[in-house]
Design a binder for this molecule. Structure first.
Ligand code: TXA
Ligand code: MG
Length: 328
């Protein structure tokens, strides 16, 4: 963890200062509708390099470029493929990231040398105002150290990144709580590269059938979708459905979907007592942050129904569980 602490500013205040920090090469963490982003001027290779340093992120994992307005896409990249333009028009601002060719203006470090660039317009007024005021596209991964839980509150960013970030804009808890859905819509049939806050079903209603092609640690398709990712510090394992709780004296935390589990769990988090998947997604990382801080030896997580945004929730749980290696 970095020493020192960033300046925390209210997002509803004057954004001129944060915007000028961004424009002059600094790092500004800001709220989006999905998770907090760690922003840098996407036109500035040195600023982008600071993101990789602050997150201890491998240089092969490209960043998402954020724009204030859908109209800025054409200005930045020139010709936009029809399929991409249609999805942008339908879902931006919103939790959808699209793939386009990397324009000259964006230095290769932002895309980790890829010929393509991931881009989105976040549905958060503060984020869009910040980007518009800075007057530059903003490269921003989730504002956590590489491989760890994504931040859904300003204090998660402060705790995780400390003084490695110059300014944190506090805009309260994020609405979706889970990262954007990444879609490559350049070809005939859209390809989902990362499940996220925009349910695949909603994309399909608009585009027709899509292919869901997700990465694994071996061959990531969105290079950051490594199997072992989004992990709390505490080992996490997925609960076998119907398995009884073990009574062996080990302090375990339990992540439930809607019903409080029976048995002697040291800490329990219920994602949505109403059984609502959107609420569950919004609370996922926050619940994991809390279980992580509860002093338990292991977190046992229950999968949620595999539909809508529930697919993205299960995806994150599986990735978190992939870092867990039972002793022996
Ligand atoms: O909701 C979100 O998308 C958040 C907020 C801050 O906008 N950002 C986010 O960024 O989740 P990050 O860096 O944690 O994840 C970016 C993902 C990675 O999996 C990366 O590999 C993928 O986007 N990506 C970036 N550029 C890509 C490209 N050209 N082609 C395929 N995948 C790409
Ligand atoms: Mg991330």
């Amino acid at each position: 963890m970095s020493t020192g602490s960033p300046r925390v500013l209210p997002a509803e205040g004057d954004l001129t200062e944060a915007a000028s920090v961004l424009r002059t090469g600094g790092l500004v963490a800001f709220p989006t509708e999905t998770v907090y982003g760690l922003g840098a001027n996407a036109l500035d290779a040195r600023a982008a390099a600071r993101i990789f340093e602050a997150k201890a992120r491998p240089s092969f994992d490209p960043l998402i470029t954020h724009l204030a307005d859908a109209a800025d896409l054409e200005a930045l990249v020139g010709v936009v493929p029809a399929g991409v333009a249609a999805l942008a028009e339908r879902f931006w601002p919103g939790p959808l990231t699209l793939i386009v060719d990397r324009p000259e203006a964006i230095p290769p470090i932002v895309t980790s040398g890829l010929a393509t660039m991931a881009v989105r317009v976040p549905d958060n007024e503060y984020a869009r105002q910040l980007i518009a005021t800075a007057g530059v596209p903003v490269a921003a991964p989730s504002a956590n150290r590489f491989g760890q839980l994504s931040p859904t509150r300003a204090e998660h960013v402060v705790r995780g990144l400390g003084g490695a970030v110059d300014v944190v804009l506090d805009g309260g808890p994020t609405r979706c709580g889970i990262e954007s859905t990444i879609v490559d819509a350049r070809g005939d049939r859209p390809v989902v590269l990362r499940l996220g806050a925009l349910p695949v079903e909603e994309v399909e209603r608009f585009t027709g059938p899509v292919t869901v092609r997700q990465g694994s640690s071996g061959q990531p398709v969105a290079p950051g979708t490594l199997a072992a990712h989004y992990a709390p510090r505490t080992p996490l394992r997925l609960r076998d459905v119907g398995a009884p709780p073990v009574e062996d004296g080990v302090r375990r935390g339990y992540l439930a979907f809607r019903d409080r589990p029976a048995g002697g769990w040291a800490a329990v988090e219920v994602l949505s007592t109403a059984g609502d998947l959107t609420e569950a997604a919004a609370r996922l990382f926050e619940a994991l942050h809390r279980l992580d801080a509860a002093g338990v030896t292991e977190i046992v997580a229950e999968p949620v129904p595999e539909r809508g945004v529930g697919r993205a929730v299960n995806d994150r749980l599986r990735r978190a569980a992939a870092t867990w290696h039972p002793a022996g």
